[in-house]
Design a protein around this ligand. Structure first.
Ligand code: 4NP
Length: 168
């Protein structure tokens, strides 16, 4: 099948520290679009609203869970910057606090309009948030992996419909 000739869709996943939730969301979504031969249609990145862990690899607990589903996380933590509002089309917050932090930084309606909760695209989500696992146990990290896998599929389905994407 042919792919429609559209420019890349730029997606930024955002959490607090950019070492637990958003790096695994980034890698999960990247892997998903790759399996659908759609990687060339996207620019995908992640960032944190805070700079506590800038330059660090994802948390070892996140990397372990990612590895268990075949994902290798090589992203280095970075803090969200104002230019990200211009660069990215979709700025996907992992929880409401992250979304609020981003909204506080936004300077205009266009920037506000780019912010949404990652789970808002799931039709049957019981919660709209990807819960912060940082102070949690292994189960909390496993849960994050499962949530972002499901949310990635929902978000890609949304994009396919909204932008008329087709499989290559
Ligand atoms: P993340 O998790 O926002 O999913 O990367 C956290 C990472 C670090 C901290 C909090 C949450 N921290 O307080 O350092």
């Amino acid at each position: 099948m042919e792919t429609k000739n559209i420019s890349q869709i730029r997606i930024l996943f955002v959490c607090l520290g950019n070492i637990c939730r958003s790096p695994i969301a980034e890698a999960t979504f990247k892997h998903l679009v790759k399996t659908q031969n759609m990687l060339h249609l996207f620019e995908i990145d992640s960032a944190g609203t805070a700079g506590y862990h800038v330059g660090e690899l994802a948390d070892p607990r996140t990397r372990k869970v990612a590895e268990s589903v075949g994902l290798e996380l090589d992203h280095l933590s970075r803090q969200f910057k104002m230019e990200d509002f211009e660069r990215f089309d979709y700025i996907l917050a992992m929880d409401k606090s992250n979304a609020q932090g981003l909204s506080n930084l936004a300077r205009n309606r266009e920037q506000i309009a780019k912010i949404s909760l990652f789970r808002a695209y799931e039709k049957e989500a019981r919660s709209l948030e990807v819960p912060d696992p940082y102070y949690g146990d292994t189960a909390a990290f496993i849960k994050v992996q499962s949530i972002v896998e499901h949310a990635s599929k929902s978000f890609l389905n949304f994009l396919i419909k909204k932008h008329g994407l087709a499989y290559k």
